[in-house]
Design a protein around this ligand. Structure first.
Ligand SMILES: [Zn+2]
Length: 201
């Protein structure tokens, strides 16, 4: 997420002309309490996820971020969960054209046909992986470790709407690739205790 989530509108401190780019952690430390980034940074970002529906949710949210700020997505996160039936893979995989039409009318989410279609199609692809590997999680595990480039290749042939930045963000956000937090961040130590996948190389 960090690399692509920082749009200048997100944080004034990211005015590139004046200041060197800060890490996500440092930027979050300076935010006022209540900012949605703080909860995400402290409790979600970089922590392993052990549940396929939650992994799917994160992938869909990362896909929806494309071209937008992560702040926009975090603010809409609850709406996304509501609109997409809690990201239950089996439900999303069965979405009809009627449901798609309803989603396209839903102002609480990102109304983009390609992104909505990608969510539905990717739910179907994950069902496929669940049949072959037992779970989405085990599919990830089966291919780990590999380089970021190899992951991107694999995701591109497995899913829709998964370009390099999305794949990198997704894998970093679930602990498969390193770099979510700087080492001086208290959350970094917390995550080490959860044994994220990036630790075994
Ligand atoms: Zn941090």
């Amino acid at each position: 997420m960090p690399e692509i989530s920082f749009t200048p509108g997100d944080f004034p401190v990211f005015n590139m002309a004046q200041a060197p780019k800060k890490s996500y952690c440092e930027a979050v430390w300076e935010m006022e309490s209540g900012n949605v980034h703080i909860h995400y940074h402290d409790h979600e970002y970089g922590f392993p996820i052990g549940n396929d529906n939650e992994l799917f949710a994160r992938l869909v949210l990362e896909i929806n971020q494309a071209g937008l700020s992560w702040l926009t997505i975090l603010k809409k996160k609850a709406n996304f969960y509501r609109a997409f039936d809690g990201f239950e893979i089996d439900k999303v995989a069965r979405y009809t054209d009627k449901k798609v039409a309803r989603l396209l009318q839903d102002e609480g989410i990102i109304r983009n046909r390609l992104k909505i279609n990608a969510a539905i199609e990717n739910a179907k692809r994950i069902q496929q992986l669940q049949m072959e590997f037992g779970s989405f999680q085990q599919w990830l595990h089966a291919h780990h470790p590999q380089t970021k480039e190899e992951w991107v290749k694999l995701f591109k042939k497995t899913f829709l709407f998964t370009g390099g930045e999305i794949v990198h963000s997704f894998l970093m956000s679930i602990g498969y690739l390193p770099g979510a937090h700087i080492e001086t961040c208290p959350v970094y130590k917390k995550i080490l205790k959860t044994k994220p996948a990036w630790l075994d190389k």
